[in-house]
Ligand binder design. Structure first.
Ligand SMILES: *[C@@H]1O[C@H](CO)[C@@H](O)[C@H](O)[C@H]1NC(C)=O
Ligand SMILES: *[C@@H]1O[C@H](CO)[C@@H](O)[C@H](O)[C@H]1NC(C)=O
Ligand SMILES: *[C@@H]1O[C@H](CO)[C@@H](O)[C@H](O)[C@H]1NC(C)=O
Ligand SMILES: *[C@@H]1O[C@H](CO)[C@@H](O)[C@H](O)[C@H]1NC(C)=O
Ligand SMILES: *[C@@H]1O[C@H](CO)[C@@H](O)[C@H](O)[C@H]1NC(C)=O
Ligand SMILES: *[C@@H]1O[C@H](CO)[C@@H](O)[C@H](O)[C@H]1NC(C)=O
Ligand SMILES: *[C@@H]1O[C@H](CO)[C@@H](O)[C@H](O)[C@H]1NC(C)=O
Length: 534
């Protein structure tokens, strides 16, 4: 796989790329308003940033929408009318009583009360738990809350995750999408110590109680909703704060992709399967292309040839830049493989349609051009965003998701997960050792069926099985009220995105099933409330 002549360079720059610019690290939460419609079609959030070719495989970003679809550092979305933005003086450190723990920061949240049935009716609250990016983009793309609020007369609330958007303890220097405050935060050894999921969940607990208190809505049941990393937060919130959330909808939440619970091959084996299902020829063309890229790269002027073939915006410095770019493209196409456009099919139509091209790389380029049509050149240099920077810190502290490739059945070259490399990389970057076992220590995950069938209730784990992250999801019912709602052909976070006229029946049904389950939780809650209060 390595071409000798550029190996040193590429390893180094691979690290830069992976960390600074992989798609998985790129925020998809902030899009330019113009792109909203497109984004909506494509959907979702995840975390994907895996670079296979350099050193370690990096963790794909989790996010409901494909970050590659938006411009880097795009201006923040404007919050649509009907939504009101508020700030809460949030406690910096929920778990200590040292003088500095009492410091506060402004946490942003957005409310729409248009449909709310009011405190006197104990009308419910739908709370979206923000994840690794600014919250404002979510308001427009996540249809699940606003589309279902009218029938439940629900208050709709979106809570921003600490450190992202306008909820950075160091303030939002240069605006909500600026990376300055985030860059400063992850370098500051004191402040970044408060940048973790437990503090974020505690923020949500305190803030939701504050909102209920303000509205005198003491008996209004809360349903927490999240996607991807936010979906993990939603399920964990229900387990840790059952007195605050009646239930959780955890969409595409890979809560089992920690430690060794899910085989490292899980993610890329689904990417491979998606392409194989789209077209056998497409799959084998891609599979052959990696060696071919290396072969061409090792020839005199090989990198120039590749740069021209793939119309790169600037000349390739090594073959990893190209391979990482293609790797991320296939991964996001699979992850965000939403109807009606089905990106994996588009890539494969390009590859299969290049019937005149005898060269493997020309066919791969035809796939790229079909997926991202009309570009004068292809920019293989990743930019940085709040998400790329912030998620990197989260990955290097507690969100350690081991993804690798060991199987030769994969359409990608072998690239086993290397725990040592991951640790070295994090130490180099932040000067700290990651704690890869903390997530399962604190939230569980091992023997989940046995544990959660005896403890916990009211969680929906929704997944689309074509989403590579579904490999780390909960795919079977755990009990009568911890339920898996899955679709064979669904992709990442599809169910919580805004619905479209063109949505296939299986997607419409998935959403209906979820609403029915939530309705059941409410019915029982209101029955209990009635008996207890009378
Ligand atoms: C929140 O904090 C700001 C700045 O520290 C302060 O001016 C404001 O009064 C606080 N608001 C509340 C409701 O405590
Ligand atoms: C880190 O952030 C804290 C809190 O804002 C600040 O007081 C401190 O000076 C910062 N440290 C550095 C090294 O910038
Ligand atoms: C090659 O390196 C230069 C300088 O670091 C960089 O500007 C350029 O974007 C790189 N090329 C690619 C394709 O990433
Ligand atoms: C394939 O070749 C034919 C005849 O040379 C040409 O008309 C057609 O446009 C080519 N197709 C592609 C996809 O390049
Ligand atoms: C490519 O993307 C990088 C990072 O977003 C950006 O800095 C650079 O200007 C872009 N290059 C071109 C030619 O668009
Ligand atoms: C893949 O690996 C298996 C087991 O190691 C081996 O038997 C098989 O020949 C390999 N297939 C290819 C195509 O390399
Ligand atoms: C999923 O898609 C495949 C082909 O893309 C189709 O044959 C199959 O019927 C679909 N399955 C469902 C449950 O819709």
């Amino acid at each position: 796989m390595d071409s000798e002549n550029n190996n040193n360079n590429s390893t180094k720059s691979y690290i830069n790329t992976t960390i600074a610019s992989k798609k998985f690290y790129t925020s998809q939460f902030s899009f330019t308003p113009l792109r909203f419609n497109t984004m909506r079609l494509l959907m979702i959030v995840v975390i994907l940033t895996t670079a296979i070719f350099g050193t370690a495989k990096w963790t794909p970003r989790l996010s409901p929408i494909d970050p590659s679809l938006k411009g880097e550092n795009a201006a923040s979305a404007t919050v649509p009318s009907g939504f009101e933005t508020f700030f809460y003086n949030q406690t910096l450190d929920h778990f200590n009583y040292k003088p500095e723990s009492y410091a506060t920061f402004q946490q942003r949240y957005i409310i729409n009360s248009k449909w709310w049935g009011g405190a006197s009716n104990n009308a419910p609250i739908f709370a979206y738990l923000g994840a690794e990016g600014p919250i404002d983009g979510d308001v427009t793309i996540l249809g699940f809350l606003t589309e279902n609020a009218p029938r439940f007369k629900a208050l709709v609330v979106y809570l921003e995750h600490r450190f992202y958007g306008e909820s950075n303890p160091l303030g939002s220097k240069g605006g909500p999408d600026s990376v300055d405050a985030m860059e400063e935060s992850v370098k500051n050894e004191t402040i970044r110590g408060y940048f973790n999921s437990a503090q974020a969940l505690a923020d949500y607990a305190e803030l939701l109680l504050h909102i209920k208190h303000k509205l005198h809505a003491h008996n209004s049941p809360i349903i927490v909703i999240g996607g991807s990393y936010g979906g993990m937060l939603a399920s964990w919130f229900r387990l840790k704060y059952p007195h605050i959330a009646l239930g959780a909808l955890a969409s595409s939440a890979p809560i089992l992709y920690f430690d060794d619970i899910t085989p490292q091959d899980g993610y890329y084996s689904i990417v491979t399967k998606d392409f194989e299902q789209a077209s056998e020829n497409c799959y084998s063309t891609i599979k052959q292309s990696w060696d071919e890229i290396d072969r061409v790269a090792s020839m005199p002027n090989g990198l120039l040839t590749l740069s021209q073939k793939f119309k790169t915006c600037s000349p390739l410095n090594n073959s990893y830049e190209l391979k990482d770019y293609l790797d991320s493209m296939y991964a996001s196409a699979a992850q965000y493989n939403a109807p009606p456009s089905y990106p994996t099919a588009r890539i494969c139509q390009g590859i299969d349609g290049a019937t005149n091209a005898t060269d493997v790389l020309d066919r791969v380029f035809a796939g790229l051009a079909a997926y991202r049509p009309g570009r004068a050149c292809y920019n293989m240099t990743s930019g940085v965003s709040q998400t790329s920077i912030g998620w990197q810190w989260q990955v290097c502290s507690e969100m350690s998701i081991p993804i690798g490739i060991t199987s030769n059945v994969s359409m990608f070259p072998s690239s086993p997960y290397d725990a040592n490399e991951y640790v070295d990389d994090c130490v180099k970057r932040f000067g700290v050792m990651p704690r890869p076992h903390w997530a399962t220590t604190y939230y569980g995950g091992q023997d989940i069926r046995m544990i959660l069938s005896r403890f916990g209730s009211n969680i929906i784990f929704s997944n689309g099985l074509r989403d590579p992250y579904s490999s780390g999801g909960v795919l079977e019912d755990i009990s009568h009220n911890i339920l898996a709602v899955k679709t064979t052909n669904g992709s990442h976070c599809l169910d919580i995105l805004s619905s479209l006229e063109s949505d296939p029946e299986w997607l419409v049904k998935q959403r209906k099933d979820e609403v029915k389950i939530i309705n059941g939780w409410f019915r029982k809650y209101y029955r209990n409330l009635h008996f207890l209060k009378h």
